[in-house]
Design a protein around this ligand. Structure first.
Ligand code: GLA
Length: 678
């Protein structure tokens, strides 16, 4: 692994000393191997815990925090390694105590004070985190920041029993980040209490280059949101910073969104896998009191957590990332290697690496543990998988040279519903229409795979017709069995979610694997001339928060928009999207046109400048683009779009990011009128 050289480190420290004029740093600068100011034994593995911000924003109170701590214990999350229960912004009163200059907990939301909360949490064997900003106020501006109050605030936190401080960057008066964060580091140190110090300056001043000597972790990016686009953007920014992470000093790609509803379970599994292989802090950001079993099964995946928490503390590096097929590898303390195969694209793909490319010694075979299926098998060397769209296959490849002989051969096993209409996911399965289901089985093992039998579990009343052979008596190393079925839902099937499970059994005694795809039976759009609504879409994806009906996109939560407004004109009806957005409707060949007035919504940051908030609007009839607005900016009025849909099975409307970032890309589809036969 490339590590920082002492030369670079010394230069960073020298810069730090020059900026701060700090005497504490003088020793570091003059020694050949500088002592790390923060080599204090804290955060030797990435911090794990909870933070309220992603799901509660400013609605934090002491009950939420103590309930979460109690839940950590009762649910087993504490046993799985989650330790820090962290309070984010908005916990303090607007003003400091006039006598002492200390921060005062908000008397409405934290009536018992922070020490009481800390005591409760410590009794559970957990730790408490708190938040403030290296500025005059915090980001939400409801409470004072710690700029020029570092000593008193650090001492207050220590007196209360705080174990972790997230230190934000808002309202910083343009003072240098290094100076502001170093002052708090020193103030915390002076208290004598071990406090994990989390730098949250959003990667603006390349904290990975100096953060190791100042804090235990540093945000590398802007804020995450509960969307696939945000996840991808942040992953790509953080993944290249691997050389800077290590025990006691971590890259922080922001808190988890797992469970918040803006992504699919598969996308959340990718989120958790990627954060873990990147040795990121695992701070749960969902309301645990309402977490589903599926959410908990992700957050409690101990095989994956063990990768994140591996004591060697190496952040994975990218072995390949061509065409959105990412292979990441992380060496582990015991000589094993963790591998993540992440498919960023919208189509199923088979890819991977090999044991020799991972640097493992040459052996006849290796034990491969699938960290989501929790199963061991042996591979002759291929570390590959059939990875569904937005999905992740995660393995741990064992170094142990003998154990493989006791394992069944590993299968790269996949279920794919190829798209029948360009651009329309094959998982949209209209009533009465036959779709194709492909099941692939490749023997990765050294031993032959005997009696490989794939099968499908169908929703009630559905039919499946095999095309060609579906089983194999023997599959040798590297051989692939491709099985295909034609699957038909009944013509009377009601709209809604369904699932299709592919199963594989092989060997004696039988090894069993299964994979499930989520299907959508779409509701056909209504007949006649109607407003394009929210109830009728088959699928909707949005760049930020959900697509809104009859209001602008607003924020991350449903229903939090404003009236749809394009350059001062307000519209009562329409869809509020945020690029990149894609909404699919099932027309079943019955419709003739869609018209709409489209434009960038006026809801944006007042500091938005020309060049930001740019989108295009497109209407697609099956695989054909039938209308395109061209580039629209926040300065433009609405433009009228009209697209012909005659004969099309599907309508797809897109709001694209217009070539720049998706910052403030709120695109309105105002008065969208769909004309269909009866
Ligand atoms: C900033 C941080 C977030 C959160 C909010 C609170 O945006 O980056 O993580 O702490 O402030 O206001």
């Amino acid at each position: 692994m490339p590590r920082r050289t002492h030369g670079r480190l010394s230069a960073a420290l020298l810069g730090l000393a020059l900026l701060t004029g700090s005497t504490a740093l003088a020793i570091s600068v003059t020694t050949a191997t500088p002592a790390h100011a923060l080599d204090d034994g804290l955060a030797r593995t990435p911090p794990m815990g909870f933070n309220d911000w992603n799901s509660f924003g400013c609605n934090v109170d002491e009950k939420l925090i103590t309930d979460t701590a109690d839940y950590f214990v009762s649910s087993g999350l504490k046993d799985a390694g989650y330790t820090y229960v962290n309070i984010d912004d908005c916990w303090a009163a607007h003003d400091r105590d006039p006598q002492t200059g200390r921060l005062v907990p908000n008397p409405q939301t934290f009536p018992h004070g922070i020490k009481w909360v800390a005591d409760h949490i410590h009794k559970q064997g957990l730790k408490l985190g708190i938040y403030t900003s290296a500025g005059t106020q915090t980001c939400a501006k409801t409470m004072p920041g710690a700029l020029d109050h570092e000593d008193v605030d650090a001492q207050t936190f220590a007196d209360w029993g705080v174990d972790y401080l997230k230190y934000d960057n808002c309202n910083n008066q343009d003072r240098p980040a290094l100076e502001r964060y170093t002052k708090m580091r020193d103030a915390l140190k002076k208290t004598g209490r071990p406090i994990v110090f989390s730098l949250c300056e959003w990667g603006q001043n390349k904290p990975w280059e100096w953060g190791k000597d100042v804090g235990h972790l540093w945000r590398t990016t802007g804020d995450i949101s509960d969307s696939w686009t945000s996840l991808l953007t942040i992953f790509k920014q953080n993944v290249s910073l691997a050389p800077y992470a290590g025990p006691g000093h971590w890259n922080d790609p922001d808190m988890l969104e797992v469970g918040n509803g803006g992504m699919t379970a598969r996308e959340y599994r990718s989120h958790f896998s990627l954060w873990s292989i990147m040795a990121a802090p695992l701070l749960i950001g969902t309301d645990l009191r309402k977490a589903t079993p599926e959410t908990l099964s992700i957050l409690e995946n101990r095989d994956v957590i063990a990768v994140d928490q591996d004591p060697l503390g190496i952040q994975a590096t990218v072995l390949s990332g061509d065409n959105g097929h990412w292979v990441l590898a992380k060496p582990l303390k015991n000589g094993d290697v963790a591998v993540t195969l992440f498919n960023e694209t919208d189509t199923t793909a088979t890819f991977g690496t090999t044991a020799s490319a991972l640097g493992l010694p040459k052996r006849p075979a290796y034990v491969l543990r699938d960290l989501w299926a929790h199963k061991d098998a042996e591979t002759a060397g291929a570390v590959s998988g059939v990875v569904p769209p937005h999905g992740t296959v995660m393995y741990r490849v064992r170094r142990d040279s003998r154990a493989w002989a006791f394992q069944p051969p590993a299968a790269a096993f996949g279920l794919d519903l190829p798209s029948a209409v360009t651009g329309i996911p094959g998982t949209i399965t209209p009533a009465g229409r036959t779709v194709t289901a492909d099941v692939t089985t490749t023997n990765l093992g050294r031993a032959p795979m005997l009696n490989a039998r794939p099968s499908l579990d169908l929703p009630t009343g559905w039919k499946a017709q095999p095309v060609g052979r579906t089983g194999a008596a023997i599959l040798r190393t590297g051989a692939t069995l491709k099985s295909r079925w034609r699957v038909t839902p009944p013509a009377s099937e009601s709209p809604g979610a369904r699932s299709l499970t592919a199963r594989l059994s092989y060997g004696l005694p039988g090894t069993r694997l299964s994979l499930t795809e989520d299907l959508v039976v779409p509701k056909p759009v209504p007949g006649g001339t109607t407003d394009l609504g929210a109830d009728d879409w088959a699928t909707a994806r949005n760049g930020y928060g959900p697509v809104e009906h009859n209001m602008s996109n607003g924020g991350a939560k449903p229903g939090d928009g404003k009236p749809l407004t394009i350059n001062g004109t307000v519209y009562a009806k329409g869809l509020g999207t945020h690029a990149p957005a894609e909404i699919v409707y099932y027309l079943n060949g019955r419709c003739s046109s869609l018209t709409a007035d489209v434009g960038v919504d006026d809801e944006r940051d007042p500091r938005t400048v020309a060049g930001q908030s740019t989108v295009t609007f497109e209407i697609w009839a099956d695989g054909t683009k039938v209308a395109d607005s061209g580039l629209r900016t926040w300065q433009d009025g609405a433009v009228h779009l009209s697209g012909g849909l005659t004969g099309a099975s599907y309508l797809r409307i897109l709001t694209t990011i217009g070539g720049d970032t998706n910052s403030y890309d709120r695109g309105d589809w105002a008065i969208p009128v769909l004309t269909c036969g009866s």
